[in-house]
Design a protein around this ligand. Sequence first.
Ligand SMILES: Cc1cc2nc3c(=O)[nH]c(=O)nc-3n(C[C@H](O)[C@H](O)[C@H](O)COP(=O)(O)OP(=O)(O)OC[C@H]3O[C@@H](n4cnc5c(N)ncnc54)[C@H](O)[C@@H]3O)c2cc1C
Length: 464
Amino acid sequence: MLDRSIMRKLKKITGEKGVLETPEDLAVYGYDATFADSPPDAVVLPTDTAQVSRVIILAADLGIPVIPRGMGSGLAAASVPFEGGILLTLSRMNRILEIDLQNRTVFTEAGVITAILQAEVEKLGLFYPPDPSSIKHSSIGGNIACNAGGPRCLKYGVTGDYVKGLTVVLPDGEIIKTGGKPIKDVTGYDLTSLLVGSEGTLGVVTEALLRLVSKPKFARTARVEFQTIAEAGKAVNDILSAGLVPATLELMDETAIKCVDEAMRLNLPRDVEAILIIETDGPDEATVVREIEQVALVCSQNNAREVRVAGNEAERTALWNARRSLSPSLARVAPNKLGEDITVPLSKIPETIQRIKSISRKYDLPIVIFGHAGDGNLHPNVLFDKRNKEQWERVNSAVREIFETALDVGGTLSGEHGVGALKRAYLEKALGRRSMLLQREIKAVFDPAGIMNPGKIFPENTGT
Ligand SMILES: Cc1cc2nc3c(=O)[nH]c(=O)nc-3n(C[C@H](O)[C@H](O)[C@H](O)COP(=O)(O)OP(=O)(O)OC[C@H]3O[C@@H](n4cnc5c(N)ncnc54)[C@H](O)[C@@H]3O)c2cc1C
């Protein structure tokens, strides 16, 4: 709980409605989409960049931690305020400020929900491709802070590929602008790219200038069934090495299929080890159809049991609803899940899947595997009950082995969720000591007092 005089000052900056302090509100804002929770001392909801700056100046003066938050859908406990402090929620900064048709950009406040921004630009025939599965409940600021990916990233790239410029409030309250509308810009270091993926540890993103492309006019979506997950993994490899670039190439293993089918009654096949959801898209229908046929052929050559192309928009939407509901539907199996997002070289997908399956057997824990297979980005989700202490220890050992497997095959700890609080113990192993310390030094340059989202990314013994 913060001192009354501090609360009064915060309310003076944002107005009465901009500060929440009841125990119920604090509890609600102490979560993200993981099992972690810890309430902040106050929730502050600014309405513009100037207010953010004034709140941070006040916090910096008093050494109060500031934790930026978008929609709290993160999967790395990166917005959980473990040390208390001010949870700075951008949800009231939700205006789209400009859509520039000539330069094909959108300038937006950071609190806008990604699906809303996408719908607005699509009305004008434009397209903002990054599509995290949490698209309806995550914000542009959160997507930028995590460099969010999503199914479409295989063809279109991740959030960072679309960020052209940012307005950022630094940990001392100063406001900076990076980047801009020009297509090329090598004037000095690329601060925009440094801030993308920095998980709210270097500053608060309040506005973003995003690049747009033309909206693809046609799409074809197929559901492909495989008797074995190894065949599905090999098909992913063969599709991409044949030079085909579908917009999406998503994998669901048998447990994932069962969970989502039980939750949504979609008549998914329960007797196969894996399905792939594959979509091709583009400006010309004939090419899009030809591509999905070529993809289907490669799948058949890899012993696909069935390739079913969605016949209409309703079938296509049902397939994507299934994929997007997957993560929440896992709650039917166990009360808790630890969803990782390792990313491995494409050639290593089959081996990685087999190794995760043996980790699951070794620790006697259900591990669901799904994810953006076309990017090598797998989401092994360990399902468990956190109240069972002995099981929790097995979960930790299993997760450690999953990370070791990813690094061993030449992969990485996180493709899109970030390090947050949950993976920081593994950072040095993933980056190497010098590289990790260099990053720690960058953090210290931005935030010498360590008030901005402390306890995230870096292991405890190397500071906040
Ligand atoms: C069902 C489900 C599906 C998901 N699917 C995907 C997926 O396909 N791809 C993917 O990449 N992620 C996915 N995620 C994870 C999550 O949705 C993303 O990480 C998303 O980008 C988080 O956005 P948010 O607004 O909820 O951010 P929050 O969870 O509020 O915050 C996440 C991090 O961003 C920082 N942050 C938030 N806003 C700002 C800001 N304005 N300035 C500075 N820092 C800020 C926070 O401090 C924190 O470190 C999924 C999550 C769920 C629950």
